[in-house]
Write a protein that binds this ligand. Structure first.
Ligand code: GLN
Length: 540
């Protein structure tokens, strides 16, 4: 149905961090709730090819898709809201655009022409936007333009939008997200920054159809009329977006504001009735009315920027709601854990999660936390580096291999229980070369993981270079840590468990990427259940 796919562009003005990703995902949810198929795409104006080589402190977590794209964390929101997988095509950066255009130039595809931002870069952007539309799978493609209107680096994207508005006419729509700040001294909301940011868009030839106004206070009718007058939009197309207590409230707020109705009306589509959000409301109800509460320690080294662990945090929201339990995350910096304080810091936790990561900073703290969880029968969940640390801890403290390590950190160790994968050894390029994306895993019958999944055949997403060294498998299993999940083709260990423990699971893959509102992740559900059990047992 590519000839009828509608393109909705979401731009941002005034400041960054207004939540374009959540607004895009919320609109998509409302359209999906009306029976439409929708996908969301993020265009990032930075020059990195993808966020895979970015430090998490820059933009937070790197989200990984089934087909192995390392992407912006907004794609995680899209998947969590829509319960539909994204792919390579859903995240485009300036780096990717230029790389592709330059490769074409080298192949001589431009037939001697001068290669320029317009039309060559803008053509490439338009092509990337249409890949999803032309797949025939979607009624709507929502394209979020990263950055803020007026930035030099986002100019080619806004220009590509302008051209598409012209070429696709009635099949396109622009939503501009802005801020209405409250000036305490004046005691007033101010519309001027919004007027200016719309003017900046107009200078680039783009007239927004709808304004979504982030505000800390109610934007009343009179103010909406004023904004409408100055910005050439209809008053009902000025939508208020108040701060919400949870991102999962935003689809409801947008429904109350009739964002979906206005969008459909402007695209000449039927707009009667309401989106069906029954499942969503159930989830919200469970999220907001927990019957119990647990505290999980999240041990990581990037905890100053919580966005570094976005999917894990959301995984706990989903699994908490599934258990009607509020999951309180206690943030623990792995660099600050020592022999002397570990017991004091961890003793009141109902569960301990050791996070993914790279490099040596904070690694010994992670290992100490795992030893404490193992020896004190506290539910433990290790993800990727967290799983690798669990193997190192077990080798050191149970097998007595004092120098056991991962070759990522100690290349000369005599006991490389975690080692670089064979096909990674000769790679020199860092970007996009890890073991990425979905791989199959077979689980042992009767394992805790198989029980949680209700299946022995699973696929999960990966992002790593190092692996469990199978030379140590027999010795490790003989002492009680069992490799219950393996890749059926390569034999790579994917999951380890200690059956003789309340709940001790380490996964080489990243389960958090697949947790959605509609399908909370089975391992997160099972881990939270174990934490509830643990808490009850310590109360009696
Ligand atoms: N640094 C480890 C590896 O590359 C773990 C990666 C991760 O935690 N995502 O294997």
């Amino acid at each position: 149905m590519s000839s009828s796919t509608k393109y909705i562009f979401v731009t941002g003005g005034v400041t960054s961090s207004l939540g374009k990703g959540i607004i895009s995902a919320s609109l998509a949810k409302l359209l999906q709730g009306r029976g439409y198929s929708v996908t969301i795409q993020k265009l990032d104006p930075y020059i990195n090819i993808d966020p895979g080589t970015l430090n998490p402190y820059e933009h937070g977590e790197c989200f990984v898709t089934n087909d192995g794209a390392e992407t912006d964390l907004d794609l995680g929101h899209y998947e969590r809201f829509l319960n539909v997988s994204t792919s390579q095509a859903n995240n485009v950066t300036t780096g990717k655009i230029y790389q592709s255009v330059i490769e074409k130039e080298r192949r001589g595809e431009f037939l001697g022409k001068t290669v320029q931002v317009i039309p060559h870069i803008t053509d490439e952007i338009k092509e990337r936007i249409q890949i999803l539309g032309n797949s025939g799978e979607y009624d709507f493609v929502i394209t979020e333009i990263g950055g803020t209107v007026g930035d030099i680096e986002s100019l080619p994207y806004v220009e590509a939008v302008r051209q598409m508005l012209w070429e696709f006419k009635r099949r396109t729509l622009v939503i501009h997200l802005t801020l209405i700040p409250y000036l305490k001294a004046a005691g007033e909301l101010k519309t001027k920054p919004t007027q200016h940011s719309v003017k900046a868009l107009l200078e680039l030839g783009v007239q927004p159809d709808i304004l979504v106004c982030r505000s800390e206070y109610h934007v009343d009718r009179a103010m909406r009329k004023k904004i409408a007058l100055f910005c050439n939009v209809e008053p009902n197309a000025v939508i208020e977006s108040l701060d919400a207590s949870s991102i999962y409230e935003v689809p409801l707020l947008m429904q109350q504001e009739e964002l979906d109705k206005v969008v459909l009306e402007k695209l000449n589509l039927p707009h009667e009735g309401e989106a069906n959000l029954v499942e969503w409301l159930h989830f919200l109800d469970r999220l907001k009315n927990p019957k119990s509460k647990v505290t999980i320690g999240l041990i990581g080294k990037y905890i100053e920027l919580k966005d570094s662990y976005k999917s894990i945090i959301e995984g706990f929201h989903h699994a908490g709601a599934a258990n009607e339990c509020s999951v309180n995350i206690e943030w623990i910096h792995s660099e600050k854990l020592t022999d002397d304080n570990v017991a004091y810091r961890l003793k009141d936790l109902d569960g301990i999660l050791v996070a993914p990561g790279f490099g040596s900073r904070g690694i010994e703290g992670k290992i100490l936390a795992i030893q404490y969880a193992r020896e004190n029968d506290i539910p433990f969940f290790g993800i990727c580096l967290g799983m690798q640390c669990a193997v190192i801890e077990f080798a050191r403290n149970v097998l007595g291999l004092r120098d056991a390590h991962t070759t990522e950190i100690d290349a000369a160790t005599q006991n490389p229980v975690i080692a670089i994968m064979e096909n990674q050894k000769d790679l020199t390029q860092k970007g996009g070369t890890m073991r990425l994306g979905a791989y199959a895993c077979d689980l042992t019958k009767d394992s805790r993981s198989a029980e949680a999944y209700g299946s022995q055949k699973i696929t999960e997403r990966h992002r790593h270079r190092y692996e469990f060294n199978n030379d140590y498998l027999e010795a490790i299993e003989a002492k009680g840590m069992i490799a219950v999940g393996k890749n059926p083709d390569t034999g790579l260990v994917e999951v380890v468990e200690i059956p003789d423990h309340i709940w001790f699971v380490g996964t080489q893959f990243h389960p958090e990427y697949k947790s959605t509102v509609e399908r909370p992740h089975p391992l997160f559900i099972s881990f939270v259940k174990a934490a509830i059990r643990k808490k009850k047992s310590t109360l009696v």
